[in-house]
Design a protein around this ligand. Structure first.
Ligand code: NAD
Ligand code: GLY
Length: 373
């Protein structure tokens, strides 16, 4: 692993998601969108790139040119940008475009963008004509380390995050790390929330490495970022290999998310970034783990320091009341048989799914970890 302050060259790498006949590679390197890696994963000569009005002007032309050079016929659909558009109406826009273009069952949909585009285009691919080939070209750090991998696709319902969707694996993931050069700092930090999540829930050595390299990551050192993406994808690929449909351990990937989803829904989608809500949510999960005597105070403070060092909030927003936040947590998919189940920490590097969490402890955490400003 790299030295904390070094400027390092990225090493191209491939991580495989091992799911039998639905296995696929994640290619990680700079410059991939201009190359010939993708074309062999498109089964016929036709593909549709689904992107948004921010990412398309930056990267769609280059991606489409590379595919056209490989003999593919490619068209572009640029959707409005933002979490608030991850809804039924935008999904319908995709279906309308596919109908208008007379897309057939073998035409490949390529998601070019962050997690919003990946989730939307992925669900369109899963459902249009009962499933068309799908490829992820993630362009945010969050999408490269998390949302493009593992096959979760879907949209939000006004009352709950990601409530409508499908498991649908892509044929490959092309993570061009050079696309991160244009990512705003705030979005980079949001992606770091998911990187920290992997260390916290699965691998204490990786957590130590993130702590040592947090400044290099925020400074976008190319080699350090590539290593963080590789390690994150390795952990996610292993968890998805063991539990593709979230019957068990995959739920651990939602560390911080029950609090986080409630913050996102309560503030109105798009006001807090998903990664920001997860940052505060992980601090809340750590605090609650401490209250339940599962995690010591030093570990709790270490988590808060790292989340802050990544440029993320460590507290829930003041303008969302504790009662409303708690109520919104009940809309989360982690509720089973009417009982809220929470991902908490047994120690650093080991998450556990806990049900029957005492209500007063949950409320105490929410009250203690609400911002005062
Ligand atoms: P996003 O898709 O909204 O992208 C963030 C912003 O960055 C957008 O404005 C986007 O247009 C812009 N952008 C994207 N790439 C860029 C680039 N290279 N340069 C400049 N700007 C760029 O947000 P996100 O953080 O990527 O994804 C969050 C979404 O992912 C949420 O909806 C969340 O629920 C979902 N998610 C899904 C999974 C999953 O397993 N499917 C996992 C985690 C998160
Ligand atoms: N981001 C959670 C999952 O993929 O399961």
């Amino acid at each position: 692993m790299s030295d904390p302050h070094a400027v390092t060259a990225p090493q191209p790498t491939t991580v495989n998601v091992d799911l039998g006949e639905r296995s696929y590679p994640i290619f990680i390197a700079p410059g991939l969108i201009d190359g010939d890696t993708l074309a062999p994963f498109i089964p016929t000569d036709r593909a549709i790139v689904v992107s948004n009005t921010t990412v398309a002007p930056l990267y769609a032309e280059r991606l489409m040119r590379a595919l056209e050079c490989a003999g593919k016929q490619v068209e572009l659909l640029a959707l409005p940008d933002g979490e608030q558009y991850k809804n039924l109406e935008t999904l319908e826009q995709i279906y309308d475009f596919l109908m208008e273009k007379q897309v057939d069952r073998k035409t490949t949909l390529i998601a070019l963008g962050g997690g919003v585009i990946g989730d939307l285009a992925g669900f369109a691919a899963a459902s249009f004509q009962r499933g068309v080939p799908f490829i992820q070209v993630p362009t945010t750090l969050l999408a490269q380390v998390d949302s493009s991998v593992g096959g979760k696709t879907g949209i939000n319902h006004p009352r709950g995050k990601n409530m409508i969707g499908a498991f649908y694996q892509p044929r490959c993931v092309l993570a061009d790390t050079a696309t991160l050069d244009t990512l705003p700092d705030r979005e980079l930090s949001a992606g770091l929330a998911e990187v920290i999540k992997y260390g916290l829930l699965w691998d204490e050595d990786f957590l130590d490495w993130i702590e040592s390299n947090i400044q290099a990551l925020r400074a976008r050192d190319a080699g350090t970022l590539t290593e963080a993406i590789r390690q994150s994808c390795l952990i996610k690929a292993e968890i998805v290999r063991q539990d593709e449909r979230e019957g068990g351990i995959r739920a651990l990937l939602n560390l911080g998310h029950t609090f986080g989803h409630a913050i996102e829904a309560g503030m109105g989608y798009g006001r807090w970034l998903h990664g920001e809500a997860v940052g505060a949510g992980m601090c809340m999960a750590a605090d609650l783990s401490h209250r339940l005597e599962m995690l010591d105070d030093t570990a709790c403070r270490r988590i808060e320091t790292l989340v802050a060092a990544a440029g993320l909030p460590t507290r829930a927003p003041a303008d969302l009341s504790a009662e409303r936040l708690r109520e919104l947590m009940d809309s989360d998919k982690k509720v089973e048989n009417g009982r809220l189940r929470l991902v908490l920490l047994g120690r650093l590097g080991q998450a556990r799914l806990i049900d029957r969490v005492p209500e007063d402890a949950i409320m105490a955490t929410i009250q203690a970890l609400r911002s005062t400003q």
